[in-house]
Design a protein around this ligand. Structure first.
Ligand SMILES: [Fe+2]
Length: 265
């Protein structure tokens, strides 16, 4: 059995037709290859129970603990991401970022499944960092080639986590900080690895130069030409490669609940 892949505009993202209850190692390889080529993939109408969802994810990678929020009861590895009817703040993850980039070992993939979703309840935006890196001029590529970013869990995106933590926090979410090269090898290509959500400085560059370069790169990496969006429905699963795309939630009203799994490669 083969999967059917339909790439989105500019080959940023793709939809895949497949029943994720029935995947085997050959299909998992095809899904990984599609992720490698397009950065994120989506699957519609996947009626998976939490146990089946975990079983699928385990075939893609090693399930990683998320230190900020409690797991779904009885299903270790699934984080519940819920916005309540009367929540007032920003949506969780609203603002460009890549997941948990403040950890020493950053998750390769994130899987997100729509469990309670009404019509018009927001999209997730993705921006390809393979495309954004490749569009840089050679001088900038040379300049940033060996630079290291400083990533903090208290970066600007953290405000969107506060309502979730108030309800489901683990209490061990303080002050993660990590350093990573801002140019990352992804297969045979290179990607920009930084984001306005978590990257607070460039190491050894001095405050002014660091600020100026980050401002330039944040503006560059979030340009419309590198983006595609994706709208949510119940039983939709989206998987993205945190090492080659950045993403942002968009605002919406009302209750919405998702199940999230993060994975090491
Ligand atoms: Fe995220």
């Amino acid at each position: 059995m083969n999967i059917k892949v339909e790439p989105f505009k500019n080959n940023i993202g793709a939809s895949i037709s497949s029943d994720l209850k029935l995947v085997d190692s050959k299909i998992i390889d095809q899904i990984k290859e599609t992720l490698n080529n397009y950065g994120f993939v989506c699957f519609r109408d996947q009626n998976l129970e939490p146990g089946e969802y975990l079983k699928f994810a385990e075939q893609l990678g090693k399930i990683k603990e998320y230190p900020m929020l409690k797991d779904l009861e009885n299903y270790k590895g699934i984080t519940v991401v819920e916005r309540k009817e009367d929540d007032k703040g920003k949506s969780y993850g609203e603002g460009w970022h890549t997941d948990s980039s403040y950890l020493e070992k950053t998750p390769k993939y994130t899987c997100l499944m729509g469990k309670i979703v009404k019509r018009d309840q927001g999209q997730t935006l993705f921006a390809s960092q393979l495309a954004s890196y490749e569009a840089l001029d050679q001088e900038t590529k040379d300049k940033i080639q060996n630079l290291v970013g400083i990533f903090s869990s208290a970066g600007p995106i953290s405000v969107t986590r506060l309502e979730r933590e108030a309800e489901r926090g683990t209490g061990k979410s303080k002050d993660f900080i990590a350093e990573h090269p801002i140019v990352k090898k992804v297969g045979s290509r290179k990607a920009l690895y930084l984001s306005p959500g978590h990257t607070i400085a460039i190491k050894d560059l001095g405050e002014e130069n660091s600020k100026e370069l980050l401002k330039f790169l944040f503006n560059h990496q979030t340009k419309k030409e590198f983006q595609n969006s994706f709208f949510w429905e119940k039983n939709t699963i989206v998987i993205w490669d945190n090492h080659s795309v950045i993403h942002s939630a968009t605002p919406f009203q009302g209750r919405r609940m998702m199940h999230r799994i993060i994975l090491d490669a």
